[in-house]
Design a binder for this molecule. Structure first.
Ligand SMILES: Nc1ncnc2c1ncn2[C@@H]1O[C@H](COP(=O)(O)OP(=O)(O)OP(=O)(O)O)[C@@H](O)[C@H]1O
Length: 226
């Protein structure tokens, strides 16, 4: 089953001058695939991920996620869609430092407001266990280590059971041990929960162990392997 389809995506920046940043980008991702996007700095990886995650709507072409064509939806529709279907993990995790670990993880589900608070709390605690940060739930997010914060950010990304998880350098500020932990969590989510993972990475080993590598040069996909 298809998880994401990008068809003939083109994007330009106009400031300080016209720049064709994404060129005829088309690809598909199956449900449960774990994909990495690689390429030199400036090749357009983050720009592409922003479009795929519906945070940037200034492009031509079309993007479908989970069977919904997101291209052309209003900002309000996109905000709801994102919260329900997409989990985000960034290099800098953007946890709310003054809130507890537990509150950070619960927040996207409270916003979605589809489940009772107690159920959300139980689920958040389960995720913290899965990510091996149980025991820290009542600490402020600023009071745990960087690797722990990144795992909390993953728990937050998973709280609404997103069909697709997008990461921009999700292991970019982690040491090799924590990188392996995060990689293994993604691997497990893809295999066991059929969640799709798309991660932009500069880490060759991380990329090599994914199901598929999408390689970008100058705004184009030049290779996909295997
Ligand atoms: N808002 C913007 N306005 C103009 N140019 C931009 C903007 N954002 C990015 N660019 C340019 O678009 C190109 C692609 O940037 P992008 O961040 O997508 O690359 P990347 O492959 O993710 O790089 P890195 O690996 O360094 O993160 C770069 O040349 C960048 O300078």
């Amino acid at each position: 089953m298809q998880s994401l389809a990008a068809v003939n995506i083109n994007k330009y920046f106009y400031d300080p001058q016209e720049f064709h940043v994404l060129k005829e980008v088309s690809f598909e991702v199956k449900r449960g695939e774990f994909i990495s996007v690689v390429g030199k700095s400036g090749s357009g990886k983050s720009t592409l991920l922003y479009l795929l995650s519906t945070l940037d709507t200034a492009y031509t072409g079309s993007i479908a996620i989970n069977g919904t064509t997101v291209t052309g939806l209003t900002q309000n529709q996109l905000a709801t869609f994102r919260n329900e279907h997409i989990g985000f993990v960034f290099q800098f995790h953007y946890l709310l430092p003054e809130f507890t670990v537990l509150d950070n993880v619960m927040l996207p589900a409270l916003k979605l407001n589809k489940r009772p608070k107690e159920e959300i709390r139980e689920k958040a605690l389960d995720l913290l266990t899965l990510l091996d940060v149980r025991g820290h739930e009542h600490k402020k997010a600023s009071m745990i280590s960087g690797g722990q914060q990144q795992r909390v950010a993953i728990a937050r990304a998973l709280i609404n059971d997103p069909a697709i998880i997008m990461g921009d350098e999700p292991t970019g500020n982690l040491d090799s041990k924590n990188t392996k932990t995060v990689f293994n969590i993604f691997r497990q989510l893809a295999r066991e929960r059929n969640q799709t993972i798309i991660a932009v990475t500069h880490d060759d080993e991380f990329a090599a162990n994914c199901d598929r590598i999408i390689e970008m040069v100058d705004g184009r996909i030049i290779a996909q392997h295997p």
